[in-house]
Design a protein around this ligand. Structure first.
Ligand code: TEU
Length: 523
């Protein structure tokens, strides 16, 4: 059906293809694996799938280093597989969103290969001579997001800019060829039936042409949130509008007014809201984060998005299970042990909270199974962030481990004949989808129920209801259902004349809401 505003309220599931399901058994997840699991996704009740990059790539950054936007990486399948997947998903009532990475390409991209060997393609990137007597110093002091300088030097002495890994050279967005190419790529995927595009690192592509040193506090910033971007996204929007396509921007910006500038009727429909990722499990802080998010979206008429996790951050149950014990005099160390039972309770409550809020929700694969962050043996880590930090940062692989599907199968049913590309923890079977499917109290059952019941909550604005300290209570319709979350230590009395629709955990024997528990109630 033609539902132009589906994205205002949708639950969108992020597929990190490499780790979702291995259809051909080679150790890497693929499109055949996703196609085989479409019934699972339909039963879960998600309305769209966002696929992390599936294009031809040397995988130096999990596919965020693209060699060819019009080709699927052979490890994942073929363009025909992608077309089939998009069509089959659509038949199951699920839309597809692809991931476009405008800031950079792979150093194996034909443009950069030509640039490397001295061709005029250098203009498509940021090439500069170095500083110092022999040009042995980088052209400016910018730092890579992954650590170390944002510049690497070629054999001929010239330096090129890369805000991420050296294998991800930054494109020069002042060049018309760069703009034209991306507009063609957008059309290419919209023509193939995708409903939307996620824009990677959306606040970074435009650079000050002078490439000046970074000066703290100077506005405009030499490469973050520059005005030139708005012109680019306005021209993208005219293309999206031809296809009823929608954008979700990965716009990491601390300033909410600057953030909201991307959300306009002639720019991006939505952008990720990462407020929950840094918000502690505290009623006042959460309420402030929610109010702040809604306030920045309301004036521009854009729906808020809610994100509990993605492929770049620590898994939710681990994040919420970190108990900061402060300084421990016995071990003479600062401790942050993880209490997974606590983290799981909070993650369940956070799921009901975020799914009850106005707007759309992004659900990262494996969150519906309650997977914790995995510890990856040092010799198996692949994330460039780990290497660029000189090993001081474990990197992001712990949330990218292949999913467990079948408890009683090799590699928990991921599908690989040999070892999967990242090792699964020894207890991964316990999280397998088939076990959880049969267990009404599992995280998977909670998510399924929540997605099924979510429309019942109503689609009005959020109204906070009176609640004791440490308890959040709100409704989306006058006299309609209520969401209550208890973040206080003591059990909370539930509002009178209500009946349970869904709970993240059991009520106590006196019918009260225990700590770290959320409920949806009918009035
Ligand atoms: O991430 C953009 C980004 O800003 C990251 O540096 C982010 O701050 C970091 O991962 C947080 O831990 C996007 C993608 O989501 C990420 O996977 C890519 O590595 C990055 O762009 C480069 O394409």
């Amino acid at each position: 059906p033609h539902t132009p505003d589906w994205w205002r309220t949708a639950v969108i599931y992020q597929v990190y293809v490499r780790s979702f399901a291995d259809g051909d058994g080679d150790g890497t997840g693929d499109l055949a694996g996703v196609r085989a699991r479409l019934p699972y996704l339909a039963e879960l009740g998600v309305e769209a799938l966002w696929f992390s990059p599936w294009y031809l790539s040397p995988m130096k950054d999990g596919g965020y280093d693209v060699t060819d936007y019009r080709a699927i990486d052979p490890a994942f399948g073929t363009l025909e597989d992608a077309e089939k997947l998009i069509a089959e998903a659509r038949e199951a009532g699920i839309r597809a969103i692809v991931d476009i990475v405008p800031n950079h390409v792979s150093d194996q991209h034909p443009w950069f290969r030509a640039a490397r060997s001295g061709g005029p393609e250098r203009e498509l990137f940021h090439f500069r001579p170095g500083r110092g007597p022999d040009g042995e110093l980088p052209p400016n002091d910018w730092k890579s997001e992954f650590g170390g300088p944002a510049w690497s030097r070629l054999d001929d002495g010239e330096w090129y800019l890369h805000l991420f890994a050296p294998e991800q050279p930054d494109l020069n967005w002042a060049h018309p060829t760069v703009r034209k190419e991306h507009e063609d790529v957008l059309r290419f995927w919209f023509e193939r039936g995708v409903a939307g595009v996620r824009i990677d690192s959306a606040a970074l592509p435009a650079k000050d042409p002078e490439l000046p040193d970074f000066v703290e506090g100077r506005d405009p910033h030499p490469y973050v949130d520059r005005d030139e971007l708005h012109d680019i996204y306005r021209s993208w929007r005219t293309i999206a509008d031809e296809y009823d396509g929608v954008f979700v921007g990965e716009v990491w910006l601390p300033d909410s007014e600057r953030f909201a500038r991307y959300l306009r009727p002639d720019e991006l429909h939505t952008a990720f809201n990462f407020a929950f990722l840094s918000c502690p499990w505290d009623a006042d802080r959460l309420r402030t984060a929610i109010d702040g998010t809604l306030a920045e979206h309301a004036p521009v008429g854009a729906p808020a998005t809610w994100v509990l996790c993605n492929h770049d951050v620590t898994r939710t149950v681990t994040r919420y299970g970190r108990v900061d014990t402060g300084f421990d005099f016995a071990t003479k160390a600062f401790g942050t042990p993880t209490d997974l039972a606590l983290g799981t309770r909070r993650a369940r409550a956070a799921a009901l909270l975020s799914l009850a809020l106005p707007g759309s929700v992004y659900l990262y694969q494996g969150e519906e199974l309650g997977l914790p962050e995995a510890e990856i043996p040092l010799d198996r880590i692949q994330d460039p962030m780990h290497f660029r930090s000189q090993g001081t940062d474990p990197g992001r692989d712990g949330c990218r481990v292949p999913l467990p599907w079948v408890a009683d199968a090799p590699h928990a049913g991921f599908g690989s004949r040999g070892e999967p590309w990242l090792p699964q923890p020894a207890d991964w079977q316990a999280y397998a989808a088939d076990v959880q499917s049969a267990d009404p109290d599992s995280m998977l059952s909670l998510y399924r129920e929540a997605l099924r019941l979510r429309p019942v909550l109503g689609d009005g604005p959020l109204t906070w209801l009176p609640a004791p300290e440490g308890v959040l209570a709100f409704s989306r319709a006058p006299g309609g259902p209520v969401c209550v979350v208890n973040l206080a230590e003591a059990p909370a009395e539930l509002p009178a004349h209500t009946a349970l629709l869904l709970g993240s955990g059991p009520l106590d024997p006196r019918g009260r809401l225990p700590r770290d528990t959320a409920v949806w109630l009918r009035r």
